[in-house]
Design a protein. Structure first.
Length: 359
């Protein structure tokens, strides 16, 4: 069998969730497990976390239905709400909470024929300008929803922080001010803090928090140099050296010969590539751990393999272990070399990579 595998440690994820709760003990923390739990296995993770969490959150109805089909019974908040008329009835049937962000969604809920009222949150655009209602639209919305027999009366106002990962950006304080003003006016509960808000902006802690990236042990600022506040990376991506080549000075590696040896070099081939989700745009120099030692990526990332420079290691053999990211090399650091973010790498893992779940 191919040696490339992602090991997921459930104990670390549970520890990270508890850390999110400890940051904001007066809030309820919703576990955000969208995009296959950021590559960590949504269904398997939900089964482990279900005794700990009050609510799960996913992006779309399809993810919520997958959890129900797997036997998950806790409420599930659908962050992008509904897209067709039948979705409101499905939400009642399956105990989904709906985060509504446009008038069409509100109209669908109010007009639906439902056996019982549905739990509704309202997305408020406080400055991110992606999804949500303008604050001035809430007057009419709150009246319409409170009048509707299709809607439970415990409305929650929710917003998403645009710049919370930048600890010097005052946009976060302004967004918090706006949503809290709305909440006071309408006497409603709020959900404000994402992972960065939980960790760095205590004024964003509200009735409901939504930890996501931090559940998986990664710092939401992108830091990989000790700014983790006790987070424990839950995934380790491992592979092996599958070939070793001796190159003369002037010989190149991989497609396009983008990397050319400046000295006699020993090059190792690793069984992982962009077909697995390793970032294709990772440049030469991106760190990889071979036998626990840092070595640089050399040449272009291929679909099924990468190459690394082993010249400065004393002894390496085919079959030696490789860590692409994990406990000893942050995915945030790999992402920084590739010009992206750790979120994209984790969410972009393909089905070709088996997940090995451990406590």
């Amino acid at each position: 069998m191919r040696p490339t595998i992602a090991t997921i440690r459930f104990g670390d994820i549970a520890s990270n969730y508890q850390l999110a709760c400890d940051f904001a003990p007066d809030s309820k923390s919703i576990a955000v497990i969208k995009a296959n739990a950021y590559g960590h296995g949504m269904v398997e993770l939900a089964r482990i976390l279900e005794p700990m969490v009050p609510v799960f959150a996913v992006a779309v109805m399809e993810e919520a239905l997958q959890l129900r089909d797997a036997g998950i019974v806790k409420p599930i908040l659908v962050l992008q709400g509904i897209n067709q008329n039948s979705d409101a009835a499905e939400a009642v049937k399956s105990d989904f909470w709906l985060l509504l962000h446009n008038q069409q969604q509100v109209d669908r809920v109010i007009a639906a024929t439902l056996s019982s009222p549905v739990r509704v949150w309202l997305k408020v655009d406080t400055g991110m300008h992606r999804l949500g209602f303008a604050p001035q639209a809430l007057d009419r919305l709150c009246v319409d929803l409170h009048k509707s027999l299709n809607v439970q009366q415990e409305l929650v106002l929710c917003t998403h922080l645009a710049c919370a990962d930048d600890r010097d950006n005052q946009m976060t304080r302004e967004q918090v001010r706006v949503i809290r003003s709305c909440a006071a006016k309408y006497r409603l509960a709020t959900s404000i803090a994402n992972s960065a808000g939980i960790m760095y902006w205590p004024e964003s802690h509200a009735e409901w928090n939504r930890p996501g990236y931090m559940l998986y042990g990664l710092c939401p600022t992108g830091s990989f140099t000790g700014d983790s506040n006790g987070l424990r990376p839950a995934m380790t991506m491992n592979s092996e050296v599958i070939a070793i080549r001796e190159l003369k000075a002037g010989e190149g590696v991989g497609y396009g010969r983008d990397w050319v040896a400046k000295r006699a070099s020993r090059i190792g081939t690793i069984a992982i590539g962009y077909g697995d989700g390793y970032p294709r745009h990772a440049p030469s120099g991106t760190p990889v751990l071979v036998n626990g030692e840092r070595v640089p990526l050399t040449g272009r990332v291929s679909m099924d393999a990468i190459s690394v420079d082993l010249t400065d290691l004393e002894k390496v053999e085919v079959g030696d272990p490789v860590e692409l990211w994990g406990q000893n090399l942050s995915v945030n650091e790999v992402a920084s070399f590739a010009g992206t973010i750790g979120y994209e790498i984790l969410a972009g893992l393909t089905g070709r990579v088996p997940l090995n779940f451990r406590q």
